[in-house]
Design a protein around this ligand. Structure first.
Ligand code: TXA
Ligand code: MG
Length: 350
């Protein structure tokens, strides 16, 4: 068991205390240690992407299956050229438009990246984050940093220091507290190395934005496919410990009716339940009168919902409910990413 050193770094990373903390963390990365750091999407559990033993520590800290490959984070284009075989015109367009930022692109990998990083795949997932702390840490380390989301495997990703600490305080060498993540959902993952571009995981860079940039139809991978095309797709993810029931309908009124009926049934049976929903859902279902209701804000404000969903699921889960109930949201824009995570987190969809 290790005990994580904690470093707090505010938004002013140029201050001397922030620089000193970043230097210490970069030294740790160079020495093969694990460092949790903030990014604009979710917290990442990082280690030197060139160091096999360091990467093993990531998998064991998370309890992650070793065939689920990691994203390699870079701070400049020289690092990209060092780790990939080639960069095609589609990838170039996407990088120009969306890097640094919440977009991960799949490339054919160079031998310099150990097989353990990619679960023996011949491709590697690469992202240049925009968060200043993440960028500075990579830059100061001088190596690309492999980093999955900083959570115990299967649980929701972490978007706050408190939740990182809960999961990983005794499992990593250092944690950088950089406050709350801005986006709240993991990066969009796209493969443009295959003949047709495939969206492997929706995120803050939306399908609509990708389609517009590439002027090409993009295939959306089915997250529930029997034979998944991305290794990460086959595992249940983002799941709270309490049974989580998702109510799905394109029509919010129908969704509310289903949710209301189930909530009443469970309360009648004496179950302790939590309902998560918009202010409109609260009004329409009246659930706040019969159980604990957690508001996700105004219906349709998907950016706010994305920023808060993992935090809420974790906080609610800590209160040990018999059931957690939530309604679907629109699948437009970042809504596609929210629904992708909710469907994977759900133990039942009604
Ligand atoms: O926003 C994010 O992407 C965060 C932050 C820390 O950058 N990271 C993250 O990593 O979400 P992780 O490991 O939780 O998710 C990586 C996803 C998985 O679904 C994995 O299967 C997929 O990317 N992936 C990684 N390498 C791949 C590859 N070579 N081919 C296809 N999918 C890959
Ligand atoms: Mg993850």
């Amino acid at each position: 068991m290790v005990r994580a050193k904690i470093f707090k770094i505010g938004s002013r990373i140029s201050s001397s205390s922030s620089q000193a903390s970043l230097n210490k963390c970069a030294e740790m990365i160079k020495k093969g240690k694990t460092v949790v750091f903030p990014t604009e999407t979710v917290y990442g559990l990082g280690a030197n992407a060139f160091d096999e033993n360091a990467i093993k520590r990531i998998y064991s800290a998370k309890g992650r299956p070793s065939d689920n490959p990691l994203i390699v984070h870079i701070s400049d284009m020289n690092m990209l050229n060092e780790i990939v075989v080639s960069v095609n015109p589609y990838a170039k367009k996407l990088m120009k438009k969306f890097w640094p930022g919440p977009l991960t692109i799949i490339f054919r990998k160079n031998n310099i990246i150990p097989d353990i990083v990619t679960g023996k795949l011949s491709t590697v997932a690469v992202r240049m984050p925009s968060h200043p702390v993440a960028r500075a840490l990579i830059q100061k380390s001088g190596v690309p940093i492999a980093a999955p989301s900083a959570n115990i495997s299967g649980k929701p990703s972490t978007t706050t220091f408190k939740h990182v600490y809960e999961d990983l305080k005794n499992r990593v060498n250092a944690i950088i507290d950089g406050g709350d993540a801005e986006i709240g959902l993991e990066s969009t993952v796209i493969n443009v190395a295959s003949k047709k571009p495939v969206l492997l995981r929706p995120g803050a860079i939306t399908l609509e934005q990708l389609q517009q940039t590439l002027s090409k139809k993009i295939i959306v991978a089915n997250p529930n496919a029997k034979k998944p095309i991305s290794p990460g797709m086959k595992y249940r993810h983002y799941a709270p410990e309490s049974p989580f029931i998702l109510f799905y309908s394109k029509d919010p009124h129908i969704m509310c009716m289903k949710l209301k009926a189930k909530a009443e049934e469970l309360v009648h049976k004496g179950k302790k339940i939590a309902v998560l929903g918009s202010k409109e859902t609260m009004k329409e279902t009246g659930c706040e009168k019969i159980c604990d209701f957690y508001s996700t804000g105004v219906r349709g404000d998907l950016t706010t919902l994305a920023a808060n969903i993992f935090r809420l699921l974790r906080d609610i889960d800590n209160k040990k409910y018999d059931y957690i109930l939530m309604g679907s949201c629109s699948e437009k824009g970042i809504g596609l990413a929210i629904m992708n995570r909710l469907k994977k987190a759900a133990s039942q969809i009604i």
